[in-house]
Design a protein around this ligand. Structure first.
Ligand SMILES: [Zn+2]
Length: 144
């Protein structure tokens, strides 16, 4: 049996994604972390792609965000994957912080940037959020 790290639902070992919430299921002993569990070094990460999903889904899966730089960013999640890869999910210049209180409330933001050290992080984050199985979730890559 595997247990979903998000919703604690037990399921068949053969499943790759949670039958209940769509999140990726890591094999036993593997675990991802967010800034809510430990300090994650996101130094020199840069834009790798985008994820289109609700704030609600992100909070449900990853917990409360930080306010990032508190300037161009209003909400940010830092993630460390079992393989050591790090990634970030954040809004960019469209929230209250950058627009003097105008702009969008994070609760309504759907288009998020994905930061990391390589484009691989985009699929890792897509998997983590269950983007293949949850309707309201889509990732795309940043093309230079
Ligand atoms: Zn689950």
């Amino acid at each position: 049996m595997k247990t979903c790290q998000f919703c604690q639902t037990e399921q068949d070992t053969a499943n790759s994604h949670c039958i209940s919430c769509g999140a990726v299921l890591f094999t036993k002993g593997e675990k991802f972390f967010t800034h809510n569990q430990k300090n994650i070094n996101i130094n020199k990460t840069c834009l790798q792609g985008y994820v289109n999903t609700s704030y609600k889904n992100l909070v449900k899966k990853l917990g409360q965000p930080t306010d990032g730089d508190g300037y161009k960013i209003d909400a940010e999640w830092d993630i460390e994957f079992p393989n050591g890869e790090v990634g970030t999910i954040y809004n960019w210049k469209d929230g209250h912080n950058y627009n003097d209180g105008m702009g969008m409330d994070v609760k309504y933001i759907k288009n998020w940037n994905i930061g990391g050290h390589s484009p691989k992080v985009v699929s890792l984050i897509g998997d983590l959020l269950g983007c293949n199985t949850v309707e309201d979730c889509q990732v795309s890559w940043y093309v230079i």
